[in-house]
Design a protein around this ligand. Structure first.
Ligand SMILES: Cc1cc2nc3c(=O)[nH]c(=O)nc-3n(C[C@H](O)[C@H](O)[C@H](O)COP(=O)(O)OP(=O)(O)OC[C@H]3O[C@@H](n4cnc5c(N)ncnc54)[C@H](O)[C@@H]3O)c2cc1C
Length: 463
């Protein structure tokens, strides 16, 4: 057989002996579906394999190790930093067929799952037992557990329950030599050895390919209450976020939208019920038992009262809650009217720096003459900073890149971090040195070397 472009002689032939026809793809038509993720770029890989077992993953990586072929793990392809973007001639290992829920053990509060199961499939299996897995990315219907683990994904619920890393007990993974590594435990306590599980979570496919995970589950809250609070200014909303986070009641969501986001909603016909003069909106939620949630919600809404509050609306039934969230959930669609391409950053600053940071962003918007729409997970200080641009306008794109530079510097000056949930991938890799000092980078390099001595796992991504 002819070797596909970019692959060393013999590598493709070896893979075709390991995988039956139909599960090893080399023709350009078949490869196209694996060429991109949610970034606006695309790179055709050399070959794609669709393993159905950890042994098949290990065999493919051993072949890649022998032939020094780059290996890119692929989940649902929803990542927005280019983590799953192939390299020319790379081997893509797609986990779509390794997607079974292996066991749900309610008494142990655990689930064993293969990495290709979607986040939604995990939630459905847990719900049957009155449980859930807290990581709640907006892409739940399409993204896979393996992708959530690799990117340490999270969503609005992180303010109360943390991120993917907090809900993974143990992993099976194939490292860069093709050896199978088992980390962590299947129990909810365990302190033996270094915490390789937490190291693998968030490693973006650069240390190992996850082939099985033991997830920690928690009871699904029986009740929920939601508030939507409209403020006259970002300063008033920022002060409110600080008041809430300094209090003893932790909300199950504390989300924020700024004035430009509200304008976009209005233009899109979604924000008609927001009062005139609204400069910022907070969405606040409490969940738990029906008795507990009422008291918690009362404590949270008390903290919403204060200078600058224009309107407070609350809901308890599913319909009322959905109506309150309607504007926030329409935001991604609405902002498209401002610019066809959204450069979507997900930086984090300390909660106490949030309002000051948004004031800096408004300065940058004026300086670089760009619309910047801000919304996000205020309780974690995690802000989606969206530079709305026209990709065909070279001058505007140059201004956007110069602006991003300033945004990242401001984040780090304020004691923040460049990514709260999307990860580094190829998009943010050029900026990582600003956040990680030389000692940290050298340790990263040695850790990478220990897991992946030939540097074949997702090269150029992450760190
Ligand atoms: C509409 C939309 C909404 C989103 N909302 C959120 C959000 O609220 N919160 C959030 O955190 N993210 C969000 N994201 C980003 C994205 O969904 C997450 O990063 C998600 O975790 C990626 O999962 P995936 O299966 O699609 O992974 P992919 O995009 O396929 O891959 C992502 C990375 O994981 C690696 N990977 C995949 N599977 C494995 C494996 N088995 N072993 C090792 N490495 C692996 C890949 O190599 C790559 O580096 C959103 C994206 C979209 C498009």
């Amino acid at each position: 057989m002819a070797d596909p472009p970019g692959l060393p002689p013999g590598a493709a032939h070896e893979l075709s002996l390991q995988f039956p026809a139909g599960r090893v793809l080399m023709d350009p038509d078949g490869l196209g579906a694996y060429a991109s993720d949610d970034t606006p770029r695309s790179v055709t890989p050399g070959v794609v394999v669709l393993p159905e077992s950890a042994e098949e993953v290990a065999a493919a990586v051993r072949t890649a190790y022998r032939h020094r072929v780059a290996v890119v793990a692929r989940g649902g392809g929803t990542g927005n930093v280019g983590g799953a973007l192939p390299l020319p001639g790379a081997l893509v290992v797609s986990f779509e067929r390794l997607n079974r829920i292996l066991a749900v053990e309610p008494a142990n509060r655990t689930m064993r799952v293969q990495p290709g199961a979607t986040n939604q499939a995990v939630q459905e299996a847990a719900t049957e037992h009155g449980l859930f897995w807290p990581p709640d990315p907006g892409s739940a219907a399409y993204c896979q557990v393996g992708g959530n683990i690799a990117m340490n994904a999270a969503g609005p619920g992180a303010v109360k329950r943390g991120v993917t890393r907090d809900w993974v007990l143990g992993l099976e993974a194939v490292v860069g030599t093709g050896e199978v590594l088992r980390t962590g435990t299947r129990t909810t306590k365990g302190v033996v050895g270094y915490d390789l599980t937490r190291l693998l979570v968030g490693s973006e496919g650069t240390l190992g390919l996850v082939t099985e995970a033991t997830l920690r589950l928690t009871p699904r809250p029986a009740a929920k209450r939601t508030a939507r609070a409209c403020f006259d200014s970002v300063e008033a909303a920022g002060a409110t976020v600080e008041r809430i986070m300094a209090g003893s009641t932790v909300p199950s969501a504390l989300e924020f939208m700024d004035r430009l986001a509200i304008d976009a909603l209005r233009q899109g016909g979604f924000g008609e019920d927001l009062p005139a003069g609204t400069g910022a909106v907070l969405m606040v939620e409490a969940d738990g038992s029906p008795e507990g949630v009422a008291a918690e919600f009362a404590a949270l809404t008390e903290r919403l009262e204060g200078a600058g509050l224009l309107e407070l609306s609350t809901g308890a039934s599913d319909e009322e809650i959905a109506e309150l969230w309607r504007a926030r959930k329409s935001l991604s669609r609405a902002v498209k009217a401002i610019g066809p391409l959204k450069i979507n950053e997900d930086v984090v600053v300390p909660v106490t720096a949030l309002a000051g940071f948004i004031a800096r962003l408004e300065e940058f918007a004026r300086k670089f003459d760009l619309p910047i729409v801000n919304f996000g997970h205020a309780g974690n200080g995690n802000l989606h900073v969206n530079l709305m641009v026209h990709p065909d306008d070279a001058d505007e794109m140059a201004r956007a890149h110069a602006c991003l530079d300033h945004v990242f510097d401001a984040v780090l000056e304020l004691g923040g971090t460049l990514s709260g949930e999307h990860g580094v991938g190829s998009e943010k890799a050029p900026f990582v040195h600003r956040e990680l000092d030389a000692t940290s980078r050298e340790l990263h390099r040695r850790i990478k070397d220990a897991f992946d001595p030939r540097g074949i796992l997702n090269p150029g991504k992450g760190f």
